[in-house]
Design a protein around this ligand. Structure first.
Ligand SMILES: O=C(CO)[C@@H](O)[C@H](O)COP(=O)(O)O
Length: 223
């Protein structure tokens, strides 16, 4: 059976003064990726829990929260309580990643762990059964519009192998520089969930771009 390929656009480079409007431009998307940044974990600042709570009230879309914040253990459970379907914390910012993943799941959300480009996956192999998704950054976190880092491709392949060993359906998400030019490489390496920010929101028709990206990923998927 063909594996599902999910496109979850990031609104980082969209019009942040019109979030509901921007989300309504991508009805074909599998979710909306919300980048929460604190100017500590990354050198940029976006929005926090109150904004996500407002978005939750205004849309039924699958909310895919990506926390790029220093105190992940302190904040991640609250985003699950706010009604997000998926909450991703950075392993580099978590004091107790296993406990945190369990706290997120206990609040009804999917638990996900993110890794920066230089962070290896192997030390976290035993954590896989605690997770619903692994997010592999394909740019340095902090800003949209950066160039895709091909050096992450072997890590995507190794993560796919680790996921296979668990026998569980754990999504592998890639984030950063995902476009019509790069998505096939990610899908061929083992990714099944794709964050695309500028590629979607700089397109003349963002929803068509979502479908075009998904089509390329489906065609390239070999796993
Ligand atoms: O988390 C991040 C950046 O830190 C991403 O979600 C970007 O917002 C994706 O934007 P593009 O690279 O697709 O423009």
């Amino acid at each position: 059976m063909a594996m599902a390929m999910r496109i979850t656009p990031s609104i980082l480079n969209a019009d942040l003064s019109n979030l509901s409007g921007e989300i309504s431009r991508i009805p074909s998307a599998d979710g909306v990726h919300l980048d929460v940044m604190d100017n500590h974990f990354v050198p940029n600042m976006t929005f926090g829990l109150p904004v996500v709570e407002c978005i939750r009230k205004n849309t039924d879309a699958f909310l895919d929260i990506h926390l790029m914040i220093a105190q992940a253990d302190r904040w991640a459970p609250a985003f699950a309580e706010a009604g997000a379907e998926s909450v991703t914390f950075h392993v580099e910012a978590a004091d107790a990643p296993i406990r945190l993943a369990r706290e997120i799941r206990a609040r009804g959300a999917r638990a996900s762990m993110a890794l920066k480009p230089a962070t290896p996956i192997e030390p976290y192999a035993d954590m896989m059964p605690e997770l619903d998704m692994v997010l592999l950054m394909t740019v340095e976190p902090g800003f949209g519009g950066q160039k895709f880092l091909d050096l992450v491709l072997p890590k995507i392949e190794r993560t796919r192998e680790l996921v296979k060993k668990t026998g569980q359906e754990i999504w592998i998400q890639v984030d950063g520089g995902v476009s019509l030019e790069t998505i096939e490489r990610c899908a061929a390496a083992g990714a099944d969930t794709f964050v695309a920010g500028s590629a979607v929101y700089s397109a003349a028709d963002p929803d068509k771009m979502v479908n075009d990206l998904r089509g390329k990923a489906v065609a390239a998927c070999q796993h």
